[in-house]
Design a protein around this ligand. Structure first.
Ligand code: HEM
Ligand SMILES: *[C@@H]1O[C@H](CO)[C@@H](O)[C@H](O)[C@H]1NC(C)=O
Ligand SMILES: *[C@@H]1O[C@H](CO)[C@@H](O)[C@H](O)[C@H]1NC(C)=O
Ligand SMILES: *[C@@H]1O[C@H](CO)[C@@H](O)[C@H](O)[C@H]1NC(C)=O
Ligand SMILES: CC(=O)N[C@H]1CO[C@H](CO)[C@@H](O)[C@@H]1O
Length: 541
């Protein structure tokens, strides 16, 4: 036995023991707190826990159709239930319209982002409106709202048509190069381009130029998120991160490196805009900036009560990219997928759009003039919400009202549910948008007609708040600020594409499409790598 080794080991053992004891105490304390709070909560039914470490989250994350899983639970356990989460914690799931209305209307105050989400948003886009809560959120939101008014979007509509024509120019030359009337085009990449370029120009007068084939670090960074593989280290970091979010944010995983890269390239764009807007307000000869952030910076110098710091302005620009780029691109891509699955719907849409005789429709015509286009767009948003769930933490004990009384596991029937401060609450957006219980037997089908028929949106669906009774843009204080922007862009781009081309799956009508994970899940061909949607695009004469 070597004594020196033994002696050196002693203090280490002591430290390890002390640490162990401390961690043990902390766990006991946390559990006691949890039990105390839980004591006055309404007992809720819950599926069995497959894994103490991961709870049900991992299997849900991997599942191709999470809405179907939530549906089974809701049918078995009622419209409010608990699901097991990481390390023995649980999440309360709300599938009751009144409960959901209560949840969204109290967002940013009673229900706030979990520490992990908050940290991720901050590292991605800074302390902008997506990050803020409570009064600070209210102030930022108030400052941003005028820049998203109908009048503002009306002035920006030509930008969406311009972007669509850039696709047309590019596609026409791809098709011409084939020496035919059609070509195979991976449309998801183009929907990314059209979405990013439009947000750049309309949002803050910056042309990313991806529709002209320009390389963009911002686009590339977003794309590389979807090719990240969940590594063992990544999973470990994730678990540590649940308990110690600050530690996680410092560990240089691939995700963190990408976040940094994104931050750097987005900051550059922000600096440009601010410099230009400042020149403009100093009276230098520049075309007037009507972009969303341009308007904002100008308004900012006038209304001191709405003053935003330079950091906040930068953060808002990044928020626009984060909130508007992928969401819009994913929706457009899903729409093309659905139109390939249902050629008769594609044809009907084309026939409505053929009424356009000359020139582009105005914003007002886009908004109200094409009922079938409107129905196709909303049916896409209903079935394919880019954000599938909202998850928040309750900052206080709360009583959640219900539309329909709930039978608890102890057999009593309650018309409200008590939860405790610290409870995590989830609204399954995808389920609420497509639940047969709410939308009727054809709820899972892509059927635009439902938006045009007399009783197409059933009474039960009408109980849901939110844009057109959908939760795709959520509801309440955090309802998507860019929904008018998104709808105008969606409709403008779709109208140009459908008038000029027909779309079919590369490998025929039976092609299976699945959800591929990224920052947000995207459509991709089943069994193929990456989120790619190769379509045969045929020119119309
Ligand atoms: C189809 C496209 C879109 C969908 C489905 C969508 C959906 C959403 C959702 C679900 C939220 C709430 C996020 C949360 O709860 O944390 C949100 C927030 C937001 N969206 Fe959108 N969005 C879309 C397009 C856009 C566009 C194009 C813009 C901007 C140009 C935009 C700007 C925003 C902003 C600024 C917020 C933050 C609002 C707040 O925190 O108060 N969105 N969006
Ligand atoms: C993001 O970039 C800005 C400016 O370049 C910098 O000040 C900030 O620290 C960066 N944030 C992160 C999380 O990298
Ligand atoms: C700001 O105020 C000046 C005069 O004080 C006015 O000319 C300008 O239109 C205002 N700008 C905005 C964006 O309200
Ligand atoms: C909640 O429900 C219980 C019984 O189900 C009722 O006694 C109580 O008044 C309700 N509370 C609220 C705030 O609605
Ligand atoms: C052949 C055809 O219909 N071309 C149309 C392409 O789209 C533009 C703008 O939407 C129309 O002006 C063309 O007539």
């Amino acid at each position: 036995m070597d004594w020196s080794t033994y002696n050196a080991a002693l203090p280490t053992v002591g430290v390890v023991n002390a640490l162990g004891a401390l961690i043990g105490l902390w766990v006991v304390y946390a559990i006691a707190q949890h039990m105390r709070r839980r004591a006055h909560c309404t007992p809720l039914a819950s599926p069995p826990n497959p894994s103490f470490l991961f709870g049900i989250g991992r299997s849900l994350f991997k599942h191709p159709d999470p809405a179907a899983v939530y549906e089974q639970w809701a049918e078995k356990y009622g419209s409010v239930f608990r699901i097991p989460a990481t390390l023995g914690y649980s999440r309360v799931v709300l599938c009751d319209p009144k409960a959901i209305q209560h949840f969204y209307s109290h967002e940013t105050f009673l229900y706030q982002q979990t520490t992990l989400t908050k940290q991720s948003i901050e590292s991605l886009v800074g302390r902008g409106v997506l990050w803020a809560e409570g009064e600070s959120h209210k102030r930022q939101r108030k400052a941003l709202t005028p820049a998203f008014s109908n009048a503002a979007i009306r002035r920006l509509t030509y930008i969406f048509f311009d972007s669509a024509y850039k696709i047309k120019t590019a596609w026409d030359s791809i098709i011409a190069a084939e020496g035919d009337d059609s070509a195979i085009i991976e449309v998801q990449a183009w929907m990314n381009h059209v979405s990013l370029d439009s947000i750049g120009i309309a949002g803050f007068s910056h042309d990313f130029g991806t529709l002209h084939g320009k390389h963009s670090t911002v686009a590339e960074t977003f794309d590389s998120f979807s090719s990240l593989k969940p590594t063992l280290i990544g999973v470990a970091v994730f678990i540590v991160g649940l308990a110690f979010p600050r530690v996680m944010m410092r560990i240089p995983t691939a995700f963190r490196m990408l976040v940094k890269q994104l931050n750097a390239s987005m900051s550059e764009v922000a600096d440009d805009l601010l410099a230009n807007t400042r020149k403009e307000s100093e009276g230098e000869d520049k075309a007037e900036d009507k972009s969303i952030i341009g308007l904002l910076v100008k308004a900012e110098s006038n209304q001191s009560d709405l003053h935003m710091s330079q950091d906040e302005v930068m953060a808002q620009m990044k928020v626009l990219i984060l909130a508007g780029y992928e969401t819009t691109s994913i929706s457009l891509t899903w729409c093309l997928v659905e139109l390939c699955k249902k050629p008769e719907i594609q044809a009907k849409l084309r026939s409505e759009l053929s009424q356009i005789s000359s020139g582009d429709p105005t914003w007002d015509q886009l908004t109200n003039g094409f009922p079938y286009l409107d129905a196709v767009v909303h049916e896409t948003l209903r079935l394919h919400p880019p954000l599938g769930e909202t998850t928040r933490i309750a900052t206080e004990d709360a009583i959640i009202p219900l539309s329909t009384p709930l039978k608890t596991p102890t057999g009593t029937v309650v018309d409200n549910v008590s939860i405790a401060k610290g409870d995590i609450v989830t609204v399954p957006i995808h389920l609420m948008n497509s639940w047969p219980e709410i939308w009727g037997p054809d709820a899972r089908e892509f059927n635009p007609e439902r938006w045009l028929a007399e009783d197409g949106v059933p009474k039960k669906a009408q109980e849901l708040q939110g844009h057109r009774h959908l939760l795709t843009f959520v509801d309440g204080p955090r309802i998507c600020l860019g929904r008018g922007f998104a709808l105008a862009e969606f409709k403008a781009v779709l109208s140009v594409l459908i008038r000029n081309y027909t779309f079919e799956f590369r490998d025929g009508p039976d092609t299976q499409i699945e959800r591929v994970r990224g920052i947000l899940p995207r459509p991709g061909v089943a069994g193929e790598k990456g989120a790619k949607i190769p379509l045969r695009v045929r020119r119309l004469e």
